[in-house]
Design a protein around this ligand. Structure first.
Ligand code: TRP
Length: 329
């Protein structure tokens, strides 16, 4: 059985982009692959979160992952820092990754531009840590969006380089897992493209009904179609994309017709969209609360995830250390 692995940084809450773009598919594939889902708390340290918030953001994402349907009986669900083998592999991979290739990474250059006062070495070697996450389980499949493709490419480079340098066949090259139906791009509400954490255009699984309704009613629109069957501007197409994710066929058809004959009222469309988003997210929200507050359940989940992940990681690390030439005295 092939291995699938995905990590998420522990900052903020999960939004509809995370849910429809990734999580919903993860839930479905848990029987078909050996799955590792983890919370990348070490990666989140690049931005120096306050110690008082660090743990609770991990707990938040964990509760949200579980509430959305990741199943700790089927998959290894764990916290990155609970698996010290990852950090050990990271040290070893740092020796075969070159500063030049890391400096050329687009995400690194962007961070340098955005945050010239915090260009720490962890930021530079972020792709090395990510490669360690992946290679430690010898994963073949890593579902990532466009923004992470270069990191995945580096993981392939390091896998190949290690295998060649040490004449070992330890690491398979990990590839992007694209789900059937293609990549779901979930647009944001501000008309500026993708739903994301940073741009404040998102709806979160943890938003309550009032918040969701308010956000959707404020979504950017235009002044409306003036001629029948006119091409749809992006901001409106985005609302239809969201509608397609949460509403049934007949609802989408109804509003499409209204658009085509110019009788559409954006207020009605938004009201329907908000209601249908709530239908999907409010039950998840309820489970998030229950799970977040169930300390004994969470500690059981984390312990079982840690155990599965460490067993797999230790096996890889033993091969790696042998290849590098470590010997016990
Ligand atoms: N870098 C990823 C992101 O920002 C998170 C991540 C860390 C990850 N380690 C990973 C994703 C390993 C996939 C595999 O989205």
């Amino acid at each position: 059985m092939d291995t699938v692995l995905s990590g998420i940084r522990s900052t903020g809450h999960l939004h509809l982009g995370n849910y429809f773009g990734a999580l919903k598919n993860f839930v479905k594939i848990q029987d078909d692959y050996r799955c590792f889902f983890f919370i990348a708390d070490l990666h989140s340290l690049t931005t120096h979160p306050h110690p008082d918030d660090f743990h609770s953001s991990v707990r938040t994402i964990l509760a949200e992952y579980l509430a959305a349907g990741l199943d700790p009986e089927k998959s290894a669900i764990y916290i990155q820092s609970d698996v010290p083998e990852i950090s050990e592999l990271y040290v070893l991979l740092n020796m075969i990754s070159y500063v030049g290739e890391l400096e050329r990474t687009v995400t690194f250059k962007e961070k340098v531009r955005q945050n010239p006062n915090n260009v720490n070495a962890g930021l530079l070697t972020y792709p090395v840590l990510m490669a360690s996450d992946i290679l430690i389980h010898r994963a073949q499949w890593v579902p990532v969006g466009k923004d992470q493709e270069q990191h995945l490419e580096l993981a392939r480079v390091f896998a190949r380089r290690f295998n060649n340098m040490y004449g070992a066949d330890i690491f398979p090259e990990p590839h992007n897992l694209v789900f059937t139906g293609g990549a779901v791009k979930v647009p944001g509400l501000d008309g500026s493209g993708k739903m994301g954490k940073s741009n404040g255009n998102g709806i979160y699984l943890y938003d309550d009904e009032k918040t969701i309704t308010k956000k959707v009613m404020k979504a950017v629109t235009d002044s409306g179609p003036t001629e029948p069957d006119s091409p749809m501007p992006e901001v409106i197409a985005n609302l239809f994309t969201l509608l397609g994710l949460v509403s049934d066929r007949s609802t989408v058809d109804y509003f499409t017709e209204k658009w085509n004959d110019c009788s559409i009222r954006y207020g009605d469309l938004k009201k329907q969209l908000a209601a249908d988003i709530c239908k999907v997210t409010l039950p998840i929200r309820e489970r998030i609360d229950a799970i977040y507050n169930d300390e004994s359940y969470l500690s059981e989940v984390v312990a079982s995830g840690r155990e599965k992940a460490r067993a797999s990681a230790a096996a890889t690390l033993a091969l790696v250390k042998q290849a590098v030439g470590f010997k016990a005295f």
